[in-house]
Ligand binder design. Structure first.
Ligand SMILES: N[C@@H](CCC(=O)N[C@@H](CS)C(=O)NCC(=O)O)C(=O)O
Length: 202
């Protein structure tokens, strides 16, 4: 299989973490794609131009980090990241949606500051910075939830990839006012799969 990524993409990072957590390194070739370039050859592989993108051994291409993570997780017949059963499933969905929401906002912020100076929108940047502060406050209150403290799951994985964008967004300084979230992040980010996939600095 071929997994197309960019080193700075938090969505691609989720798939890369699952590859490592599931011990699939020898089966999945990780390839850096040229995104956001006119006429990139990558568009012939994935017309949307987005990463992550997984080309399975049968040639079928999969888009969307959640779909790719689930596919990789199910390959061995022993999925580790499926939703829990019963009422806990709704809690898991609620938490995953909150983590996704934070991640999506930060991805917009990161993209915006990656534009050439004259093309950046201060309005977008301020909007996303404000959102990130509210979401960090929310997570400071939620982080002791049993699902955030138990075995690794998609909620935890998504939130770490969101908070990890501190490497790409110099003004995303969420740690000082969020001691519980910081302690949680430091512990979980020390896992080899997370440490091996830290995005490069801005
Ligand atoms: N919802 C998608 C988001 C993927 C996404 O937006 N990836 C960005 C990188 S962080 C990308 O490929 N951007 C290139 C482009 O928009 O052309 C997922 O979860 O996989």
């Amino acid at each position: 299989m071929k997994l197309y990524i960019t080193p700075g993409s938090p969505y691609a990072r989720m798939a890369r973490i699952v590859v490592i957590e599931k011990g699939l390194e020898s089966r999945v070739e990780v390839i850096v794609a040229q995104t956001r370039r006119p006429d990139s050859l990558y568009y012939r592989i994935n017309p949307s131009g987005r990463v992550p993108y997984l080309v399975r051994d049968d040639g079928t291409g999969l888009e969307e980090s959640s779909v790719i993570c689930a596919w990789l997780d199910h390959l061995d017949g022993h999925p580790a990241f499926d939703l829990p059963a019963g009422d806990q499933a709704w809690e898991a969905r609620r938490l995953e949606a909150l983590a996704r929401s934070m991640l999506d906002g930060l991805a917009v912020w990161s993209r915006e500051i990656g534009r050439p100076q004259g093309e950046r929108s201060p309005t977008v940047i301020e909007h996303e910075a404000d959102r990130s502060r509210r979401m960090a406050d929310l997570w400071e209150a939620e982080i002791d939830h049993p699902l955030m403290r138990g075995a690794l799951n998609m909620m935890q994985l998504t939130l770490v990839c969101a908070l990890g964008l501190e490497a790409r967004i110099p003004d995303f300084r969420w740690r000082p006012r969020h001691p519980r979230l910081t302690g949680w992040f430091v512990r979980i980010a020390a896992r080899p799969s997370f440490a091996a996939t830290v995005p490069p600095g801005a």
